[in-house]
Design a protein around this ligand. Structure first.
Ligand code: ADP
Length: 376
């Protein structure tokens, strides 16, 4: 029972055709309070007679007496109202609230007694944005795959039509074909990584990761590349309890991927023959800080918030030339989030660029102890 009116009473009165205006107001209030979506009662001229909290949330205050045509960007509202009254059937429509043009609404209108109509408005913004993200993602992946594929097909055709091709030309073509195939393979690997980490981002990691050992082995794995470009990669431990091995709760493969991507980027985007520093230190709140510091052209401030978006690159040509997929930092961000950590990027043009990763120490997650204490 609500407002002193039994639910069954309202419904049976409606069925037998004895509903009066008071009953309809009770019904509106009853259903309006039950739903999160916006529910409005309007007259045939679209003037709002009743509105629930969901409607106020979606369309703003002072709805009573206002015209729904003013509150929605929906040019065919009056025609649809007439059609709905004439047919006595539910009419569906799509609209945008006048007070927030970034929202998307799906609506339904149905007659409510002889003089009014019920309007249900569902906020579809999230679904709309997810759908747009999905479409953009598919378009981006197709675009990224198309250029190496087009190049490969072109070379295959050229080779098919040139039986007497010179050896050095053949070798040059094969080298480019190999690079393009590897580019596609890297893209697929990164896409798989991204989708894996996105799926289980909400599952807290369970393993123990010995960070200093892990960083030493990532640096060793990239050392050959560093030597080719004249880079030196230094590991610097500035933690308070330097004699203890720092341990975080995490997945070894994923944390390895984070630092592999970040140090790899430092090699790609820093001045050749410069020093890359990987520096460990502690926060006072039980986290280890790992800074990847390099000197290079740097990143303009306006790009920084977007760097972790999939396929976002400051200089597309440079990234391609370096063999980048544009997915590395998106993967890093998801893994760091999964480990309850933080990623902070700072850069001064032509100076130092720093990618800072902060991850809680293993024992602080277990007992809330300060960082640096014995994790056992
Ligand atoms: P990519 O495969 O293009 O390297 P990432 O997601 O790893 O993709 O990085 C995105 C972009 O961020 C890069 O294209 C580059 O423009 C910029 N970037 C990443 N790391 C650095 C760095 N250490 N210094 C300067 N720019 C960087």
């Amino acid at each position: 029972m609500l407002l002193g009116v039994p639910i069954m009473g309202i419904i049976s009165a409606e069925k037998t055709g004895h509903t009066n205006m008071a009953n309809r107001a009770d019904m509106f209030s009853l259903f309006g309070r039950m739903m999160d979506d916006a529910l409005l009662q309007i007259d045939h001229q679209s003037v709002i007679i009743n509105a629930n909290h969901g409607a106020v949330r979606l369309l703003g205050e002072h709805l009573m007496g206002a015209s729904l045509t003013q509150r929605l960007i929906y040019s065919e509202l009056m025609e649809d109202l007439e059609r709905c009254v004439a047919s006595n059937e539910i009419t569906e429509f799509a609209a945008i609230p006048s007070n927030n043009e970034y929202h998307h609404i799906q609506g339904k209108i149905m007659p409510f007694g002889n003089e009014s109509l019920l309007v249900l408005l569902m906020d579809m913004t999230l679904q709309h944005n997810l759908e747009k993200m999905r479409r953009d993602f598919v378009a981006n992946v197709s675009h990224e795959l198309r250029s190496p594929l087009t190049s490969l097909i072109g070379f295959v055709e050229t080779l098919q039509n040139s039986p007497d091709i010179e050896q050095n030309m053949l070798e040059r073509f094969l080298k480019i074909m190999e690079e393009e195939s590897r580019r596609m393979s890297r893209l697929i690997d990164d896409l798989m990584s991204l989708s894996r980490v996105e799926v289980d981002e909400h599952i807290a990691p369970t393993g123990k990761v010995f960070i200093r050992t892990l960083l030493t082995s990532v640096i060793a794995s990239l050392n050959n590349r560093a030597i080719k470009t004249g880079h030196v990669i230094n590991l610097d431990d500035k933690r308070v309890h330097i004699s203890e091995e720092p341990i975080v709760r995490g997945e070894v493969d994923e944390i390895t991927e984070v630092f592999h991507n970040l140090i790899d980027n430092a090699l790609k985007y820093s001045y050749s023959k410069s020093i890359i520093t990987v520096e460990m230190s502690d926060t006072t709140s039980g986290q280890i800080i790992i800074d990847i510091i390099n000197r290079g052209d740097g990143i303009e401030e306006r790009h920084i918030p977007r760097l972790t978006e999939r396929f976002y690159r400051v200089d597309k040509g440079r990234s391609r030339q370096m063999g980048g997929t544009g997915l590395g930092l998106a993967i890093v961000k998801h893994i760091v989030n999964k480990h309850r950590g933080q990623l902070i990027i700072t850069s001064q043009l032509k100076e130092v660029t720093k990618f800072r990763v902060m991850i809680p120490y293993f024992h602080t997650l277990l007992s809330g102890l300060r960082g640096g204490d014995d994790p056992a």
